[in-house]
Design a protein around this ligand. Structure first.
Ligand code: MN
Length: 424
């Protein structure tokens, strides 16, 4: 399904005057408005192919309706999102769930929707039908060389498929670890994992990156072989300049200071990618900004500060992606909320008075430092985000347009009620 221009125009015309009034108010008090709008327009957030259907929990799955049934329909959904918000111009695939028989067709389809292929994701956390070796006791860390070999070859196959689609990065998240004390020799597991990663690294094309994602616990509950940013950084440093750490917001122990982690990884030139979501207890994979919007802002504050310190391009030098799952909301509506929350946090971080903050830090003026950050956080910059969307050809209010046009109903008409997304 494609959004028609007249549908967008009618929506924007109706809201235009109200939007203008809100925008001029913000412009009056935010000196850097134009620069912020330009940066917002350039900023694109990758949408994972597995977030377009209802994921459920390990207790059950309540199927949504009109879910995409194959990769083509997933691309169609991301295309629809992007047409609405103009900030979701990339899709991230998961192999083997999205294995492609004809990559050039898929590539053309994505181009039609203005989408590129973000990082490719491998999967050695579950066994596939007909697979020779089992990942029950790990993949790249496994004690049996044959299992490791199978997992290495899978990752190399993912790179091969990614090359055909024009992707330029591989994300490796390992479920490897142990569930009980004594099960694993930590050092040996680390070394075996490193040896396996080296073989995958050697297969990367020259301009590719590999992202090593860490996670504190789950599905293993005693130890995880890439359990935190320190372990990921160890791997990335040992592998070489194309290897980076990937931060997934939900993959930390409670109350971890993620903004500090981000700041130091940027300093070390080893922050590669980001997975946005939100959580209250663990890897809850909730809508970005739904639980801790201030933390999201503080993370962006460090991202902007750290990237500017290195002269990095905000839009292209890191891989930005959502990694959430949807249990009770319409996946497309949920993704629109996540993208909006990310854009607001980014806009607010861009509006921080950096010079004043540096001065306050230098003079140990703690009160002033807090005031500067909270001034940015408490200023409603939604009109700037809407203006960026509008100028890029999107909708002033994507969510209301999605509802007004009853787009989910249309998708159900096309695809049916009882659909299950591949991989879910
Ligand atoms: Mn993730």
């Amino acid at each position: 399904m494609q959004l028609e221009k007249h549908q967008l125009d009618r929506h924007n015309d109706k809201l235009f005057n109200g939007h203008q009034r809100k925008l001029s108010f913000v412009q009056e008090f935010t000196p850097e408005c134009e620069a912020i709008i330009k940066k917002l327009m350039a900023f694109q957030i990758g949408i994972p192919s597995w977030a377009l259907g209802n994921g459920g929990t390990r207790f059950g799955r309540f199927s949504g309706a009109g879910e995409p049934r194959n990769l083509e329909e997933k691309i169609e959904d991301v295309g629809l999102l992007h047409a609405l918000n103009r900030s979701s111009g990339a899709i991230s695939l998961h192999i083997p769930w999205d294995s492609v028989a004809d990559p050039s067709n898929i590539r053309n389809l994505a181009t039609q929707y203005g989408l590129r292929f973000d990082a490719m994701n491998s999967n050695t956390f579950q066994d596939q039908k007909g697979q020779e070796q089992s990942y029950k006791f790990g993949s790249l860390q496994h004690t049996d060389k044959a299992v490791r070999k199978q997992a290495i070859e899978h990752n190399i196959e993912v790179i091969r498929q990614g090359v055909a689609l024009g992707s330029e990065a591989l994300t490796i998240w390992l479920a490897d670890g142990s569930c009980f004390p004594g099960q694993l020799n930590f050092r040996n597991a680390f070394q075996r994992t490193l040896e396996s990663l080296k073989e995958i690294y050697a297969a990367l094309p020259a301009h590719w990156k590999v992202f090593i994602e860490y996670k504190a616990f789950e599905p293993n509950f005693y130890s995880t072989t890439v359990g935190d940013w320190g372990q990921s950084l160890l791997f990335a440093n040992k592998l070489g300049p194309k290897a980076f750490t990937l931060v997934d917001l939900g993959h930390h122990l409670p109350n971890a200071n993620i903004e500090q982690i981000v700041s130091l990884l940027l300093m070390e030139e080893k922050l590669g990618g980001f997975h946005f979501n939100d959580s209250k207890y663990g890897d809850d994979d909730l809508t970005a900004g739904s639980i801790k919007p201030y933390q999201l802002f503080l993370i962006f504050n460090e991202l902007v500060e750290g990237m500017d310190a290195r002269g990095m391009d905000h839009a292209s030098d890191l891989g930005w992606m959502i990694d959430a799952s949807h249990n009770i909301k319409d996946p497309l509506e949920d993704l629109m909320q996540s993208v909006e929350a990310i854009m607001i946090a980014y806009a607010q971080a861009l509006s921080v008075d950096r010079k004043a903050l540096q001065l306050a830090q230098q003079e140990n003026d703690v009160v002033r430092a807090q005031e500067i950050l909270q001034q940015a956080f408490r200023t409603d910059l939604r009109p700037l985000v809407a203006e960026a969307r509008f100028r890029a050809g999107g909708a002033l209010e994507p969510l209301s347009l999605f509802r007004d046009l009853e787009l989910r109903k249309e998708l159900i008409k096309e695809r049916g009620r009882e659909t299950v997304s591949t991989g879910l």
